[in-house]
Design a protein around this ligand. Structure first.
Ligand code: MG
Length: 162
């Protein structure tokens, strides 16, 4: 393979906490007293990975693909959106090689959910679970994540034109 056919992508996303919402991260329903607010299920991790993939193929962003003004995406399962993004990446002639990500949340503790998130995300993208990394960090009580006002997620990916 010609290394000039490799592309990297970067994605990030933020959602605010709200009472009465489920907390869905990487497609996993996480036990917590509040969840994230959004038009879809507000899966900030799936959104960051989706944007990383779209960035790598210069495909815009998920706001362009799945507008939050479109009722079709109300409470949408973001793993399904991620699967659609992965299909779009392949339609552009690329294969997904590797994905890594980090979620910044003061609470709750996410490490018990890490492998379930990796498995869900890998299945949605159609890649081996070994090729999907998920990490979690607090922000030492600093910033909006540290004040438990919301959660941010960052993701990078490597794709190859095949
Ligand atoms: Mg989002």
């Amino acid at each position: 393979m010609d290394i000039r056919n490799l592309r990297t992508g970067l994605g990030m996303d933020v959602h605010a906490f709200a009472e009465g919402r489920k907390l869905i991260l990487g497609g996993v329903d996480i036990q917590h007293h509040q969840g994230l607010l959004g038009h879809s299920d507000a899966d900030v991790l799936a959104h960051a990975i989706s944007d990383a993939l779209l960035g790598a193929v210069r495909g815009g962003d998920i706001g362009k693909l799945f507008p939050d003004t479109d009722p079709a995406y109300k409470d949408a399962d973001s793993l399904r959106l991620l699967a659609e993004v992965a299909r779009y990446v392949r339609e552009q002639g690329f294969e997904i090689i590797d994905v890594d990500s980090v979620v910044a949340a003061q609470e709750p503790k996410l490490s018990p959910y890490r492998d379930a998130m990796r498995e869900n995300l890998a299945a949605a993208m159609g890649v081996p679970v070994e090729n999907v990394g998920v990490k979690a960090t607090t922000t030492e009580h600093l910033g909006f994540e540290g004040r438990e006002e919301g959660i941010s997620a960052w993701a990078t990916c490597l794709v190859a034109r095949i």
